[in-house]
Design a protein around this ligand. Structure first.
Ligand code: GDP
Ligand code: MG
Length: 567
């Protein structure tokens, strides 16, 4: 305001606010002071520094030109994803002339029929796919689902389908290994029907090609199917504006510094541009294509390797071209600060809680859920119960359901769709548990269908409380089993997490599946009865009225919380 601080403080005092020169005052008070002193005010937020990025998006329809599709290959392990990506790479005539694709840059583009281009993301698998989606990046236009004709639909095939469907990305099916004697493409097509995929032959609209990645059979047919699907999608982008896009991967290399593979999605990226990518910024010093050739510019759907960023952004981060270094610094500083603040604010709401808020306010109409259970029968019963809970306003959206422990794939899927995970008589594998904890994904364990229904009902009303009725206090691994006359079987255990406690409830887990739920009989250290045993110590445990224990089983110790009635 160009006013003396003493004057401002005096004004504040006249309003009854005692503030020193270094003190922060609230926005409303500041607004009154500005007005009182005869100035005009305009409220700004820290996040305003990012506004410039939104405005630079020059995407009016008449400026949009056709662009190449971006494709991710997914499917069960060993069904031929890597082989297919290799086969596709080789069909690239242009690449052959340039001596093949020599560099691995995380993505590559091929040219079909001399003018049509297709971009492939080079990291197959649905986890990378959903991980990017969870970071807000929409990169993939088409998913190629590889299914081996001799093996058929497998668990990861189903996972891949669910990930693609949750992202609303169309699927082109590649039935692979048709060169093998046991190949049965028809069986694959029939099985696909059960998972919501109807190929043309089955009266559906999903495009399909029968290929052999190894023998290079029908690769062109697959390319045709991809191009046809791309045509249906009518993919467009504006090449004549400042470039924006997504980081595919980034690393530090000796002698080269930060090396980032970027996928340009709008505009044209030029040498010398100042870019920000996530929390990093820099000048585009050099750009290379997948053949390791230097290029000057990159248009939409082109992957490029870029040198010049000051650090390594994360895969899935957005990148933008900005006007000046000062702008780049301002925005990246803001993002660094924001992340720091977010870490400090412990009460920050989880993705799931934000989602529930949106349901409550009517902004969202689906409650997405991932279900894992011990047996198929449980899944059917849970699905049946949950589907009945949907109301006109909000419906239950089951993204994925399967038998088995909760895996990392389930967590990434839940993360990308802000879903919560139901473990019915199953537990998360340790990696999935760590990931869920890190990313704030809500995993809830149940053993009674009624309780699942109860919580989901609350979820649909946006009223699901973050408090769990049940609190897991620790885990112990069974290292030895002793047969003691008169007592029965006693487990020689190592407490691996938290603690175990006398009087607590216990479950027996075998391969992350609950096989018994009951009470603890004895808890001993050496010969003595003890009250509790902590993480890192050995102990002897036995169950009340239960004897089927084995080495390698885990004992989960939990308490039912009695939440005091509030007045
Ligand atoms: P990924 O795990 O899905 O990436 O599968 P890979 O591409 O690594 O392939 C797994 C195995 O299947 C390898 O031994 C490949 O040689 C083989 N394979 C891949 N495609 C074909 C094919 O079309 N025919 C035959 N016979 N084998 C194939
Ligand atoms: Mg592979």
């Amino acid at each position: 305001m160009a006013e003396k601080s003493a004057e401002v403080i005096k004004k504040l005092m006249s309003l009854g606010v005692m503030a020193t020169i270094n003190q922060a005052i609230d926005a409303d008070t500041a607004q009154i002071i500005v007005e009182e002193m005869g100035h005009k005010w305009k409220r700004v937020a820290d996040s305003d520094v990012e506004d410039i990025l939104k405005n630079s998006d020059d995407s009016s329809p008449e400026k949009q030109l056709p662009r190449a599709p971006v494709v991710t290959v997914m499917g069960h392990v060993d069904h031929g994803k890597t082989s297919l990506l290799d086969a596709l790479r080789e069909t690239n005539v242009v690449a052959k002339e340039a001596g093949g694709i020599t560099q691995h840059i995380g993505a590559y583009q091929i040219e079909v029929d001399g003018n049509k281009k297709i971009t492939f993301i080079d990291t197959p698998g649905h986890e990378a796919f959903s991980e990017m989606r969870a970071r807000g990046a929409k990169v993939t236009d088409i998913v190629v689902l590889v299914v081996a004709a001799n093996d058929g639909i497998m668990p990861q095939t189903i996972e891949a389908i669910r990930h693609a469907q949750a992202a609303e990305v169309p699927i082109v099916v590649a039935i692979n290994k048709i060169d093998l004697p046991g190949a049965d493409p028809m069986k694959v097509k029939t099985e696909l029907l059960q998972h919501g995929i109807a190929v043309e032959e089955m009266g559906g609209e999903c495009l399909c090609a029968e290929v052999s990645a190894k023998k290079r059979i029908n690769i062109e047919k697959l390319l045709e199917a991809i191009l046809l699907q791309a045509e249906i999608l009518d993919l467009r982008a504006n090449p004549n504006c400042k470039a924006t896009g997504t980081v595919i991967e980034a690393k530090m290399e000796k002698g080269r510094g930060s090396v980032a593979t970027l996928l340009v999605q709008q505009g044209t990226l030029q040498i010398g541009d100042i870019i920000i990518a996530g929390k990093e910024w820099g000048h585009v010093r050099a750009m290379f294509n997948e053949h390791g050739q230097k290029i000057q510019s990159a248009t939409p759907a082109t992957p490029v390797e870029v040198l010049g960023l000051q650090g390594t952004p994360a895969a899935g981060d957005n990148f933008n071209v900005v006007e000046s270094e000062s702008q780049a610094k301002e925005i990246t500083n803001y993002r660094i600060q924001k992340e720091r603040d977010a870490k400090l604010v412990k009460s920050a709401k989880s993705a799931m809680e934000q989602m529930l808020d949106k349901i409550k306010s009517g902004e969202i109409k689906h409650l997405p859920i991932v279900i894992k259970a011990d047996v198929q029968g449980s899944i059917e019963a849970i699905e049946g119960t949950l589907n009945k809970l949907s109301t006109d306003e909000v419906s239950v959206q089951i993204l994925h359901s399967a038998v088995g422990p909760i895996s990392e794939s389930d967590v990434t899927l839940a993360k990308a769709s802000h879903a919560f995970i139901i473990g019915f008589n199953v537990r998360a594998i340790p990696q999935a548990r760590d990931m869920a904890r890190r990313d704030g994904i809500d995993i809830r364990y149940y053993s009674i269908i009624y309780d699942v229904a109860d919580d989901v009902k609350k979820g649909l009303e946006g009223m699901l409380s973050p408090e769990l009725k049940e609190k897991i206090i620790g885990y112990a691994e069974i290292r030895n089993v002793f047969n003691i006359t008169g007592v029965g079987k006693v487990a020689g255990c190592m407490v691996t997490e938290g603690l175990v406690k006398r009087g607590a409830k216990v479950r027996l887990l075998r391969d992350n599946v609950v096989i018994h739920d009951g009470n603890l009989g004895q808890l001993k250290r050496f010969k003595d009865d003890v009250k509790e045993v902590k993480d890192g110590y050995e102990c002897g445990m036995s169950f009340e009225n239960y004897n089927d224990i084995q080495v390698g089983d885990f004992i989960e110790c939990y308490e039912i919380e009695t939440i005091a009635a509030k007045l």
